[in-house]
Design a protein around this ligand. Sequence first.
Ligand code: ADP
Length: 273
Amino acid sequence: ISVTATAVSRSIGGRDAAVIVFHDVTAERRQRDELSAFAGVVAHDLLNPLTTVEGWTDTAADILDDPEPRIDLARDGLGRVTRAAGRMRGLINDLLAYTTSRDGDIAPVPVNLTELVGDIAAARTDAAVAAGTPVPEFTVGPLGDVRADRVLTRQLLDNLIGNAVKYTAPGVVPRLTVTGALRDGSVEVTVADNGIGIPAGQHAAIFGNFHRAHRDAGYTGTGLGLAICKRIVERHGGVIAAADNPGGGSRFTFTLPGSGTGAEADKFVAAAG
Ligand code: ADP
């Protein structure tokens, strides 16, 4: 809190007077801290790959000047440039997603979660086939309907499902179970995986901006995905938390407002047990 005291020159009712203004600067300070954290990450995660791109562009020029150009070197360099560009794209996408998850209006509409998760699962399956990585196995639903912003809900589930697939040991088939339950008019969704799990004591911290718990294990990322998820859920009045999955791996549970369609909700409760 910042305090400003101003002496009032004219005395009031024969007494000296002063105006004291209390000003809460917590929010401002938080915003400033967030901004410097952003600047730091942008500098590091954008400038590093950019250096790679510049370095290899120079090398490519040298290779072309060589009377016997080394095609293998050029191919290797191109691969590095492509990966560096991918890292920059990832960061820019996350920064944009972070901003849109925070600002702008949310437009709540009825969203069928079972369909939405089916759609995301299909896209993840296609991506794994294209990349030649183990194809994830999904067990889904019934999840019920929520009343939420469709774009943000997709982003929330896509982030959680993407993480569940990503934080699995190399070569292991990711197994995801997405289940739902209706509680007090809210739909509670759990995304469980058989992955590498969350290190002890970091289950809350991973929702902070730029927090990465597996940086040393060689996983790349921006550490913004879960911060975005938290923001999306909270903007809808819900909560999100991470826990260890009893069978190994981790599980993320969040709530969103139910769609409130009576008959559908009753059926869903019966089906979800
Ligand atoms: P990113 O994946 O870009 O690093 P996130 O904000 O999505 O950022 O996640 C933050 C951190 O939480 C990750 O870096 C990872 O260490 C951990 N994490 C997220 N999801 C999972 C998961 N399903 N299993 C294990 N660890 C996870």
